[in-house]
Design a protein around this ligand. Structure first.
Ligand code: BGC
Length: 254
């Protein structure tokens, strides 16, 4: 029988959040627990916080799978970059560090990959039989490429170079706030970004996540694209739910 419950933990630049996820319902089975990310967000300090969250859910989780997300490229458990977390995550055997700290297996994935998987399984792209590209507009731009339900990990489309700029430096939601851009000023940046992604990948559906997607009506209808582009529906639950999905998938493969 497929595993129904898994713990998802979303490691972000400001908070580390976890909840038990019911994979049949596609939603949280418990309240979410949040702890501030340690100021000094080194692997050891973050692992200690993750340990607190795992302990909190230990009774309900039993020996169920644990999935973790992190704002970094994660190749075979090794973090190769670090966005808004301590630079010591670069080239760090992160999955192993968590496993050693917790004394049990975990699955570590990129944050946007997890969010994309959740949106495809339970959210805005549910049941889409083709190529889905999820982007998260936040401090940076995260991305997930999912083809017929299979994730192509670590796509990093926030770092496409467009017109000589790293795309997220022009079009992330944080840039709009930081530069005090009106929607009128910001929308052309999103247009340029999404038309480039569309041209390069010809997706069947694009999903836009991140906090700003709550205001999707302010910008999505203005974009001129041939691809349908829709707001994410799982919002800040997506990372936790997607991490849980990917953990269950990995356990099933082993
Ligand atoms: C990072 C990605 C991450 C995204 C969202 C980007 O700056 O390169 O790895 O997924 O931010 O956090």
């Amino acid at each position: 029988m497929a595993t129904q419950f898994a713990l998802g933990i979303d490691i972000g630049g400001s908070g580390i959040k976890g909840a038990l996820v019911d994979l049949e319902a596609g939603d949280f089975a418990t309240e979410r627990m949040r702890i501030d990310t340690p100021q000094d967000s080194t692997p050891a300090n973050v692992a200690a916080v993750v340990g607190e969250i795992v302990t909190n859910f230990a009774d309900q989780l039993g020996d169920g799978p644990i999935g973790l997300t992190i704002p970094a490229i994660v190749q075979h458990g090794v973090t190769l970059s670090a966005a808004n977390i301590h630079p010591s995550w670069v080239n760090c055997p992160a999955e192993k560090i968590f496993e050693d700290a917790l004394g049990r297996d975990v699955v570590l994935v990129n944050d946007a990959d997890a969010a994309g998987v959740a949106e495809v399984q339970f959210g805005a792209a549910k049941g889409n039989p083709g190529l889905v590209i999820m982007t998260t507009l936040g401090t940076g731009i995260g991305s997930a490429i999912i083809h017929r339900g299979a994730l192509v990990p670590n796509s990093e489309l926030g770092h496409l170079e467009i017109d000589g700029y790293d795309a997220e430096k022009r079009a992330a939601a944080s840039v709009r706030t930081r530069e005090g851009l009106s929607w009128e000023d910001y929308i052309p940046r999103l247009q340029r970004y999404y038309e480039t992604v569309e041209f390069l990948f010809s997706p069947d559906l694009m999903v836009v996540g991140g906090g700003v997607s709550k205001k999707a009506d302010k910008f999505l209808p203005q974009l001129k694209l041939r691809t349908p582009i829709v707001p994410a529906v799982l919002q800040n639950r997506a990372g936790i739910i997607g991490a849980a999905c990917l953990a269950v998938e990995k356990v099933a493969q082993n």
